[in-house]
Design a binder for this molecule. Structure first.
Ligand code: PLP
Length: 221
C-alpha cells in the first residue's frame, strides 16, 4: 500500500473513534511527507528539532508540527516560532524555557506532560507524583505563554497486551484525575497514547491523539 492509502485508512479509522492522527514522519524524506500531505495529512510528528525545522521550512504553512521526542532546553528557541504541540514536557525547567521563548514570538505554545508508564528504564517522562507536583506548583501559574493541555505516554514494548492495556488505563485514570483538579491554568483535554503496534489498545483505553509512523510510512531504516 502507498503512503497515501495508508494515511487515508488510518485517518478514517481514528476518526471513527473520535481520535486525531499524528503522522510520525521522523527519518522520512520531504517527498514522503509531501505524499501524506497530498492525501490530506496536516499533522506531522517529529522527534528531533533540527529535522523538524528543516521539514517545516520545506513544506506548506498549513501543517501543524508536533514534537514527540525528548526536548533539550537549549533547542526550544528553534521550534518556538512554529511548533503546534510539544508532547514531551518532562520538567519545570523545560516548561519555563518554552514560556520564555514563546513570549518572544508573542505566542502561546501548548504542550503535554510526558508521563513514564512503561517498565523500561530508557523511556523519558515524569512519574504521576512528579506530574502532580508540577501541575500544582506556584511557578506554572505564571506561565502565560506555555500551557499544559494534556498528557502523553508510551507503553512498554511487549507482546503482553494485558500489560499494555493496564499501562494505558493507568494514564487514562490519571488524565481524568487531572481534569477533576479543575486547575485554572491547565486545560486537560488531550490524551496522546498509541503508536503503530498498540494504537488499538490505546483507543480502547481512551486515547484521543494517536502517533503513527511505520504503519503509514513503512519501517524506518
Ligand atoms: C517513533 C515514535 C512513534 C511512532 O512509532 P511507530 O511504531 O513507527 O508508529 C510514536 N511516538 C513516539 C514518541 C515516537 O518516538
Amino acid at each position: 500500500m502507498s503512503i497515501q492509502e495508508n494515511y487515508k485508512e488510518y485517518a478514517e479509522t481514528l476518526q471513527k473513534h473520535g481520535a486525531t492522527l499524528v503522522a510520525v514522519s521522523k527519518t522520512k524524506s520531504v517527498a514522503q511527507l509531501q505524499e501524506a500531505y497530498e492525501a490530506g495529512c496536516r499533522i506531522f510528528g517529529e522527534n528531533k528539532v533540527q529535522e523538524m525545522t528543516a521539514k517545516q521550512e520545506a513544506l506548506p504553512n498549513d501543517i501543524q508540527w508536533h514534537l514527540i521526542g525528548h526536548l533539550q532546553t537549549n533547542k526550544v528557541k528553534y521550534l518556538a516560532p512554529y511548533v503546534h504541540l510539544i508532547h514531551s514536557i518532562d520538567s519545570l525547567k523545560l516548561l519555563k524555557e518554552i514560556n520564555k521563548q514563546a513570549a518572544k514570538y508573542d505566542r502561546t505554545i501548548e504542550g503535554l506532560l510526558q508521563i513514564h508508564i512503561a517498565q523500561e528504564e530508557s523511556k523519558y517522562g515524569l512519574s504521576f507524583e512528579e506530574a502532580k507536583e508540577l501541575l500544582h506548583s506556584e511557578a506554572i501559574k505564571s506561565f502565560n505563554n506555555a500551557k499544559i493541555v494534556g498528557l502523553m505516554g508510551m507503553a512498554t514494548f511487549t507482546e503482553d497486551t494485558i500489560q499494555v492495556k493496564e499501562e494505558f488505563e493507568r494514564l487514562r485514570d490519571f488524565f481524568e484525575e487531572v481534569k477533576a483538579y479543575q486547575l485554572p491554568h491547565i486545560d486537560c483535554r488531550i490524551l496522546s497514547m498509541g503508536m503503530s503496534g498498540d494504537y488499538e489498545i490505546a483507543l480502547q483505553a481512551g486515547s484521543n491523539l494517536v502517533r503513527i509512523g511505520s504503519a503509514i510510512f513503512g519501517e524506518r531504516a
